[in-house]
Design a protein around this ligand. Structure first.
Ligand SMILES: [Zn+2]
Length: 80
């Protein structure tokens, strides 16, 4: 998906970011094995993922329409 990031003004392909935090995952794994496993599975499922900016990992993005992306490729700018 092509996106425009409103945080760092990145424009291009989005990446899938995992919800939740790695630290919480490790913590759960250390203390409680089963919740840790479930948490990991949840983060890796499509449910626990969301498209985000590869540069600043923000989810504060806007999906670009095909027309907008074409315009950007041609001119290097987004249509107003
Ligand atoms: Zn960004």
């Amino acid at each position: 998906m092509k996106i425009a990031c409103s945080s760092c003004r990145y424009i291009g392909e989005s990446i899938n970011l995992a919800k939740g935090s790695r630290r919480k995952e490790v913590f759960l794994w250390c203390c409680l094995l089963l919740p840790g496993l479930l948490y990991t599975l949840w983060r890796q499922s499509s449910d626990g993922r969301y498209p985000g900016c590869p540069q600043c990992e923000s989810s504060n993005i806007r999906a670009l329409k095909r027309r907008e992306w074409k315009h950007f490729q041609k001119t290097g700018q987004l249509p107003e």
